[in-house]
Design a protein around this ligand. Structure first.
Ligand SMILES: *[C@@H]1O[C@H](CO)[C@@H](O)[C@H](O)[C@H]1NC(C)=O
Ligand SMILES: *[C@@H]1O[C@H](CO)[C@@H](O)[C@H](O)[C@H]1NC(C)=O
Ligand SMILES: *[C@@H]1O[C@H](CO)[C@@H](O)[C@H](O)[C@H]1NC(C)=O
Length: 223
């Protein structure tokens, strides 16, 4: 092969790669088709998202929310509380591809391993210090990306990957999150597997544990 055909080969690969980028970038909520579409959940019409409230009835308050103002109660086994501001309690987010959350931690509190099937999450620490991380599928090797973050610092959890946050500071901690979906969804690993009535054999073989341990964990998550 001549040198010039090599160059054109490289150009072709670049063009094809760049052409694929928009497809990869589209992996979040669909683009809106109008400025806004404040959710009207009362219509009973089932669509991907919610139908829009008539724009003549839309007010500034539709784009305001106070749901993250107050500390969540952390008196529970996680010693933490996740308060979400998504399309369900903040209808103005409908079609905008964004939502938020606050996470309050008691000393030693945890937001246990979970995933958001529809969103990447960026977390900012407002108070305290957290040990945070996610597990990637790169090389099918479950590579851990984890570190410690403090007040004012950010960490990003890529869409769909298992991630967690643990309060490692000397007192309570507070973090806020932004997620690129109006309805990110959350699936916690332990409750997802040990709360429903999955046949014991699946859990015994899946986790390489015996029935006694399966029963013990199930009891914990069925309280
Ligand atoms: C989280 O906090 C809210 C508001 O204080 C409270 O109603 C809710 O029960 C708490 N959830 C858990 C799991 O502790
Ligand atoms: C997985 O990790 C092992 C040990 O570090 C390494 O030898 C192997 O090449 C990795 N496999 C892949 C597919 O990345
Ligand atoms: C504790 O965390 C798990 C996993 O995220 C969650 O499913 C569960 O609702 C939380 N429980 C309480 C009481 O906060």
């Amino acid at each position: 092969m001549s040198r010039s055909s090599n160059v054109w080969g490289t150009v072709a690969v670049l063009v094809m790669t760049v052409g694929l980028v928009p497809l990869l970038v589209m992996a979040s909520d669909p683009d809106p088709l109008q400025d806004f579409c404040v959710a009207d959940p009362t219509t009973g019409v089932v669509v991907n998202g919610f139908p829009c409230k008539p724009s003549a009835k839309v007010t500034p308050w539709d784009f305001w929310s106070g749901v993250l103002k107050n500390r969540g109660i952390t008196n529970n086994p996680n010693k933490s509380n996740v308060t979400a501001a998504n399309v369900v309690n903040f209808p103005g987010l409908n079609t905008l591809g964004i939502s938020a959350a606050r996470i309050d931690f008691d000393k030693g509190g945890i937001n246990p391993p979970h995933t958001h099937p529809r969103a990447t999450e960026i977390l900012i620490v407002a108070k305290g210090e957290l040990y945070v991380g996610f597990v990637s599928t790169v090389g099918a090797n479950n590579t851990l990306f984890a570190t410690y973050i403090k007040e004012g610092e950010l960490f990003v959890f890529p869409r769909g990957l298992v991630h967690f946050q643990l309060n490692v500071g000397k007192g309570p901690a507070l973090a806020f999150a932004a997620l690129n979906s109006q309805n990110p969804g959350a699936q916690a690993i332990a409750p997802a597997l040990f709360q429903p009535d999955i046949k014991d054999e699946v859990l015994e073989l899946g986790f390489r544990i015996d029935q006694k341990i399966v029963d013990q964990i199930q009891k914990e998550f069925r309280k």
